[in-house]
Design a binder for this molecule. Sequence first.
Ligand code: GAL
Length: 697
Amino acid sequence: MSEIARRIRYGGDYNPEQWPTTVWDEDVRLMQQAHVTTATIAVFAWAKLEPAPGQYDFGWLDDVFDRLSRAGIRVILATATASPPAWLAHRHPESLPVTIDGVRLAFGSRQQFSPSSAAYRHHALRLVTELAARYADHPALEAWHVGNEYGNHVTRSYDPETAEAFRIWLHNRYGDIDTLNAAWGTAFWSQTYRSFAEVGVPSAAPMIRNPTQVLDFDRFSSDALLELYRAEAEIIRSYAPDTPITTNFMSFFKDVDYWSWTPHVDVVSDDLYPDPADPRSYVLSAATRDLMRSLGAGKSWLLMEQATSAVNWRPPNVPLADGRHRLNSLQAVARGADGVLHFQWRQSAAGAEKFHSAMLPHAGEDTRVHRGVRALGAELRELGDLVGAGVPARVALCFDWDSWRAIEQDGTPATVDYLDTVLRFYEGFLRRGVTVDFLHPEADSTAYSLVVAPAAHVLSDDAVHALASVPARGGTLVVTYLSGVVDENLHVRLGGYLGGEGALRSALGVRVEEFAPVADSTAFDVTGDYAGASDFWQELIRVDDAQVEVVSSFASGFAAGSPAITVKRGVGGAGAAWYVGTRPSTALVDKLVSAWLADSNIPAAFEHAVTGIETVLRGSRRFVANHSEAPVRLSVDNRQIELSGHDCTWIGTREEPIEITSTSAGPTLIPSEGEIQRCEHVGALMIARPGSPDPAE
Ligand code: GAL
């Protein structure tokens, strides 16, 4: 392993083409001072690399490569295809994307290509071939970065070439038009097609569009982008078979189904810009990091982009307060990132992003931001032993793009925010310091003791069986409202939802007779063993099985008296199948999470739920982060840890690893002055060093 391979990668997008060469020397000098290991180059450099069709200029890129290489900085080379040059739009106006309303977008921003454009594809692949042939063997090359943020900003185009490509995709999926008609339910509203030639893209229409057509177009559009990525990757691989290839994902991005992409990337990478004005943004960030790790089946991933301070696309662009850039970075590392990269190295002096922060701000090196950048670079050097280290998890949370898209279509029982629903349960585990992996509902879940499927609206037969197998093998399954309502063609699973007749419904022992979403945001109570407040959702649940225990019922409203939450336990208590037919409040989620962890015998790092503080174990180290502004003190393994606001620390080293043993009773978070209210419910982080007595004993 080279020295750099043992380090957490640090750096960012480097766009020297925006600057005179006199600035390049300073760039390299300051990068070295900031402990930069990695620069991503040429992301938006197509026009500079190919100033006229077929005429290439690689001299400047050779120079950049050489300068970085001499300084010991490794290169992630982008394929530059995310932003085609003016000449392409001029020569091939048909390559420009068309919106749902039929408006053709103009040149003058970026990403102005239709994913199905033959002209775009031809020119993009020609450029990639030139780049791959020239740089495949460059000793400074560490990885290839294909395109940029596929689907941002154009995910779908409604142009004629796209319609043709969609028809081919449909033909491959359905084989014949009768099968398509059956899948799309075209008997409804007289939508029957006689041939594929009659089928179009779901452009703006008078009323609700065919739901399966819309979902298929979503799937097709994600696949069309994937096909572009794969075409570039294939060329690169033919020249550089051993160099990792990646493209940057965008957190939970509805338009691109990342489960289908990850088999084709060597390293998962992600761009994330947590909102500094939202005190709860760390929840989405934590979940995003966990998603990235899960997409790669537990492998390390790369934070490809983040900001050192403000972005330029929020109203308003709040800067990151002291400590928060470091906190965001360490959160990513704690949750499995082997690299912390940024958009971008030097803040631009012109163009649309000149007010976006960077590692080197407009005001230069003697600045708050750049000092922070240098300090973080030095700190990350200490964490090299984490490169490749895993993040263990025993809880799986199902996440599925089909369910996300389908439940948020028009014409559903209520306006549901799928991501919010998933995160509501995710956060319950985060508050207890329990690490969660995300899982596709069809995936093998045997590595997990607890599987939670929130609003798993679309369930294929395989998914129904995968979920039903969890309690059967002695695990704990949790299924929530709006799950198993339709199959992958969005046809209703008849006879009481929850996957229809069969394995899942019998595992749960209940049936859903009628939905009853609540008209306003008024909370209502559920009573019983798991009493508490709920809102948004009621339904009529019927119990079909004597083994089912009704643990809470609706106290009022349309479904008053009907079960709200149930559990069916297996013989001898082995295996449990929970059904949650309502949207529980935070406090009720916390109660339920406790029960689910107990059922699955999973220890929690925090004895009680706590907000604003996060802990995660990676490799030999436990990270503890305080996302709130107020300072806190924690007792961890009889050691006092003090964290100021927006601070993060870790316990354990490669030489002296830590190991979790169990939870203990009693809160051990010691409130700082003035913080008593906020901290009193916080529990213990139970960590024991090898050889030390079990704190639970
Ligand atoms: C990303 C993009 C970067 C830069 C950044 C600004 O979406 O990949 O090129 O635009 O946003 O936040």
